[in-house]
Design a protein around this ligand. Structure first.
Ligand SMILES: NC(=O)C1=CN([C@@H]2O[C@H](COP(=O)(O)OP(=O)(O)OC[C@H]3O[C@@H](n4cnc5c(N)ncnc54)[C@H](O)[C@@H]3O)[C@@H](O)[C@H]2O)C=CC1
Ligand SMILES: O=C([O-])CC(=O)C(=O)O
Length: 309
């Protein structure tokens, strides 16, 4: 358990993440911050009132400012607008860049030693905005997307094969968009290569569905985007950090030459522990996977070039 975890944005992803963090008792105090008056206060109080039933002692509070967040160990940024049907994540760029920048500046002043987990979209670009605004080292600014995209891929594979999700190991790398790269060569079911268990057409359809996994939920919900699995993804990363688990998870990380890329955030396998990103793991890729990752990096670079910081 750490002393304090702040979740900025008390909307669908933020509030669900805060509740999960409290239920897992990952921090003594969980603070939700939102600009919407009354919302973080009301949700925080409601969550705290679930504590006697769920049996957790993490105190949840909600606020519109940063005083209560001072010296947070971890800050999860979920502030920003979510997309609606017909929109791409890049359509959120300008609005969310301004929001994430202001949040980053506030965190820099109030929690200078925090590890920041970014969730707001477009994810990889927002990680960069958060890194610029906080000035934090690359180990302490981490994006949540690969854990979610991989969870979707694993869930689809488990459904198709009628096996436990627990036995499916996989990794989705690249940017959090249509160009993401599910690594078929590293997908196994209890160590058995997926290509021995599933025909190519079925696998290709699952890869395609994974790439469009966020849009599929938006199409159903109409009013916003996914939040149960996204908050689970963010909380798995929080847990890895709090408990110094040294988990190897696909996260958006600032690259300085790894995978042939530099000066961008991109989803790659990292080791997550108490210091944040403790290592970026550079795995070998097939020629097709390398080309797909390079294309995905380009899809992150383009929106970056139009953001005014
Ligand atoms: N990285 C990923 O895999 C995922 C990213 N997302 C992204 O996460 C973000 C949040 O999604 P939801 O929670 O569904 O949206 P939501 O609309 O339910 O909640 C967003 C909250 O942010 C608040 N907010 C806006 N400006 C703020 C500021 N300056 N400071 C504090 N709070 C502020 C709003 O008042 C609102 O309560 C979106 O940008 C969405 O696209 C969502 C799911 C997955
Ligand atoms: O689709 C969206 O806009 C939200 C998101 O990133 C996801 O669910 O993958």
């Amino acid at each position: 358990m750490v002393n304090k975890i702040t979740v900025v944005g008390a909307g669908n992803v933020g509030a669900t993440a805060a509740q999960r963090i409290a239920e897992k008792e990952l921090a003594r105090t969980v603070v939700m911050v939102d600009v919407a008056e009354g919302i973080p206060q009301g949700k925080g109080l409601d969550q705290w009132q679930s504590a006697p039933i769920e049996g957790f002692d993490s105190r949840v509070i909600g606020t519109n400012g940063y005083d209560e967040t001072v010296d947070s160990d971890i800050v999860v940024i979920t502030a920003g607008i979510a997309r609606k049907p017909g929109m791409s994540r890049d359509d959120l760029l300008n609005t969310n860049a301004g929001i994430v920048k202001s949040v980053g500046e506030a965190i820099k002043k109030t929690s200078p030693n925090a590890i920041v987990i970014v969730v707001s979209n477009p994810l990889d670009v927002m990680c960069w905005v958060a890194k610029e605004a906080t000035g934090f080292p690359k180990e302490r600014v981490i994006g949540m997307a690969g854990v979610l995209d991989t969870a979707r891929y694993r869930a689809f594979l488990a459904t198709a094969m009628d096996v436990s999700v627990r036995d499916i190991q996989a990794m989705v790398l690249g940017g959090h968009g249509d160009t993401m790269v599910p690594l078929i060569s590293y997908t196994t079911v209890s160590g058995i290569p997926i290509t021995q268990l599933m025909d190519k057409a079925t696998l290709d359809a699952i890869v395609d569905r994974t790439r469009n996994g966020g849009a599929e939920i938006v199409k159903h919900l109409k009013t916003g985007s996914a939040y149960y699995a996204p908050s689970s993804g963010a909380v798995q990363m929080v847990e890895a950090i709090v408990n110094d688990q040294k988990r190897i998870l696909p996260c958006s990380a600032w690259l300085e030459g790894e995978y042939g890329e530099k000066g961008i955030f991109l989803g790659v396998p990292v080791k997550l522990g108490r210091k944040g990103i403790e290592k970026i793991i550079d795995v070998s890729l097939t020629a097709d996977e390398k080309a797909a990752l390079a294309k995905s990096a380009q899809a992150v670079r383009e929106p970056m070039s139009v953001v005014k910081l």
